[in-house]
Design a protein around this ligand. Sequence first.
Ligand code: GLV
Ligand code: MN
Ligand code: MN
Length: 414
Amino acid sequence: MTNSNETSALSISIDRLQQRLAELAAIGAIEGTEGCARLALTDEDKAGRDLVVTWMKDLGLDITIDGIGNVIAVMPGEGAPVMCGSHIDTVRTGGRYDGNLGVLAGLEIIETVQGAGVTLARPLAVGFFTDEEGARFAPDMLGSLVYVGGMALEEALDIEGIDGAFVGAELERIGYDGSAPLPGLVPHAFVELHVEQGPVLEIEGITVGAVESVQGISWTEVVVTGQSNHAGTTPMHLRHDPGFVAAACANFARELALDIGHPHVATVGRIELHPNLVNVVAASATFTVDLRNTDEQKLQESEQRFMEFLTATADAEGCTVETRTLARFEPVIFDETVVDLVEQTATSLGHSVKRMPSGAGHDAQMLARVCPTAMVFTPSVDGISHNPAEYTSPEDLEAGTNVLLHTMLALAET
Ligand code: GLV
Ligand code: MN
Ligand code: MN
């Protein structure tokens, strides 16, 4: 059993953490920026995975890879581990902190504990989960969803990406189609450190977020089909224009979010017109809508109102519509005891702390289905994320990682 005097003074090395963040960010680096592009299961993702696995091996951890490519590394020891982790895939215009911080902070914490030579009552573990972003293969949090048994492996392997590739074939291609059992090892508790990716902590001058919930997510892909025609000769009243329907829906999504009110958000992030030419009324428009709210009822209301608008607008324009759900997750409430522990740990380390919801989706929301779970947020400068300009100061990274360290040490004693 650990003597708390042995662990209370422990502190991570911010230089070592920063060094690993920089080395990982060099893979898929976006020229002229601090950011990187490692879409899930691409060659860049493979190279990032290989580097992190090398670091896990260097620390002497027991490493397993499951059929969806999740990698879990556990310190030798008895009992269910206290686990942290996140993801190392990025959006195409990613920053170096989103996801990567939660994984590399886990390595740093394990190295710190090993270096101090303390023996814990239960082991620590760190994992990275496949395709958290969902930018190439929907839904987001795919790896952690399969890890907790929320989707069958066969169904996940069959998912087709935006480039026509399949999850299963890509996993095989990059050599991360492992054989560890699914659903995966159930941790004693799970805590994910992540950058906030929003402006709240910075605006309020607070160092640590104790995340108590994640808002619900609804992603839909819409395909509108009309009549492609000559842009100069087709009178306005005779058009069946999918481009117009897509634009009207994007406009309506914003009005809807404003009408429902904060914290509702709505985004049309992808619109593709075919044939996408200056003088051709489009034949089809494919676009996505991302709706989020902390309240399930309001999320459902927004889905219904959006569909009504879409159908009515397409009908009036003489277009047809097909929709496909890409992701649908209800809001998640984290474990009160673990959230309290994060809050108390931050306070005891002398940091300002705020209980808050998460606007972004996270692997922790899936792990919450199987074990006590919470998250630690650290501020994002200007609230910017999913952008290579994403930045968190070394001081804030250090504070957040030390909060994660001491939260995990306390959980290892329970
Ligand atoms: C996933 O990371 C999301 O919140 O979009
Ligand atoms: Mn993330
Ligand atoms: Mn992200």
